[in-house]
Design a protein around this ligand. Structure first.
Ligand SMILES: Cc1cc2nc3c(=O)[nH]c(=O)nc-3n(C[C@H](O)[C@H](O)[C@H](O)COP(=O)(O)OP(=O)(O)OC[C@H]3O[C@@H](n4cnc5c(N)ncnc54)[C@H](O)[C@@H]3O)c2cc1C
Length: 366
């Protein structure tokens, strides 16, 4: 069989893109070298907001805002299709870092975003700083549940999965993708190929003599039980945050580490994250660490994802480089790419994310 599309990489970006395609009636095969949904997407916090909106690339911000607007509908369709509750909750976000709260305040006012300056302090060791601000409209989602729902939804759309499959060759001819050979020698044919392999995307492209500026940036996180303290809102302090889950547990995140493809947890990070959280909650608050995990974010120099056709090929596309916002930006990124594939005018110009524009070296702060 020849598919309309082959998608390599079954994280949140690959599965959301595949679902958008399948929902429009085209056939899709998803290939992953592991089980789908087991890399960066699974370990994410699931905050549906940019961490530094005032400082972001404007195109990336527009993509985030489009996703934010559509997330409730995206989730309600997914939940209806699969019966899986993905725990989309409006937990709001409190920013406690002075510089960030001042800048976010200005940004929120300019962009008509609701914010509140009076914070409820009852659950914290000391009063949160007076300059803290609260953005009440921010949602969070539980990424492993989202990935499971996407996987189940794709099965309903009759998408074929090739999991635990290594791509050993990508055949191209006259600048066109022809077929893929898997490690078990199976050949898969399609009219189009989409690469959504997250931090590993460039490694795949090497086999077709193409290169993009993308690198892995490790993030570590703790999942903890906080027995005698209930926290209702996400707390953000510069790069660190605390996310209260519906089960009463909290996530404490996250580190930003440029260590290549080393996807391991470290004692140093565990202590750093714990020190930070104990600066907020009382020492005797009975905090049990239940899990400690790490993941590799796909970071790009341009500070915005790469979405579109690869310059040297007619039918090979990319959707990657979402760095700290892949869960947030997945629905809008998928829509933008698939509108382009189906020749439909989209909510913004895909050229803003085209690899030919985003693949330039610029100095951004990871
Ligand atoms: C600690 C942490 C916290 C985060 N918190 C948030 C947050 O709160 N909000 C938010 O929006 N984002 C957050 N992110 C970022 C988000 O997780 C990523 O931007 C997003 O998951 C990227 O999705 P992806 O599908 O591109 O990559 P991945 O989820 O990494 O998926 C890539 C897939 O490609 C597969 N693959 C790779 N190479 C190959 C190959 N050669 N052949 C076949 N398959 C291959 C992998 O196995 C994997 O399944 C966080 C990330 C981390 C690490």
């Amino acid at each position: 069989m020849k598919y309309d599309y082959i998608v390599i990489g079954g994280g949140v970006i690959g599965m959301t893109t595949s679902r958008e395609i399948a929902a429009r009636g085209a056939t899709v095969a998803v290939i992953d070298r592991k089980n789908v949904g087991n890399e960066a997407s699974k370990v994410a916090g699931g905050i549906l907001s940019s961490m530094r909106p005032w400082d972001e690339n404007p195109d990336s911000n527009k993509l985030s805002e489009e996703s934010k607007k559509n997330y409730p509908d995206f989730v309600s369709n997914l939940e209806e299709e699969t019966g899986i509750n993905v725990e989309l909750i409006k937990s709001g976000l409190i920013i406690i870092n002075k510089e960030h709260s001042d800048s976010t305040k200005k940004w929120a006012i300019n962009n008509d975003i609701k914010l509140i300056k009076k914070i409820n302090n009852k659950n914290f060791k000391k009063n949160l700083p007076a300059y803290s601000i609260f953005l009440p409209e921010i949602y969070q989602i539980r990424p492993p549940l989202l990935l499971n729902a996407l996987h189940q939804s794709l099965k309903k759309y009759l998408v074929d999965f090739f999991e635990n499959s290594i791509v050993s060759h990508i055949e191209t001819k006259n600048n066109k993708f022809e077929f893929i050979v898997l490690d078990n020698k199976k050949k898969l044919y399609a009219d189009n190929l989409i690469i959504t392999a997250g931090a590993w995307s460039n490694l795949l492209l090497g086999s077709i003599n193409t290169s993009i500026n993308i690198k892995p940036i490790r993030g570590q996180m703790l999942y903890a039980r906080l027995k005698n303290l209930k926290i209702d809102n996400i707390i953000l302090d510069s790069g660190n945050y605390l996310i209260p889950r519906l089960d009463g547990h909290i996530l404490i995140g996250s580190t930003i580490e440029d260590v290549g493809f080393v996807n391991k947890t470290t004692q140093v990070a565990r202590e750093e994250l714990l020190n930070w959280v104990y600066s907020l909650v009382p020492k005797d608050s009975d905090l049990d660490i239940l899990k400690h995990w790490a993941g590799l974010r796909p970071a790009v120099d341009a500070g915005k994802p790469m979405i579109g056709v690869l310059s040297n090929f007619e039918n090979i596309y990319i959707n990657t480089g979402h760095y700290r916002k892949g869960i947030l930006q997945a629905p809008a990124s998928a829509k933008l790419l698939v509108d382009f594939l189906f020749h439909i005018k989209s909510f913004m110009d895909i050229d803003k994310f085209s690899p030919k524009n985003t693949n330039k070296l610029q100095k951004i702060q990871y």
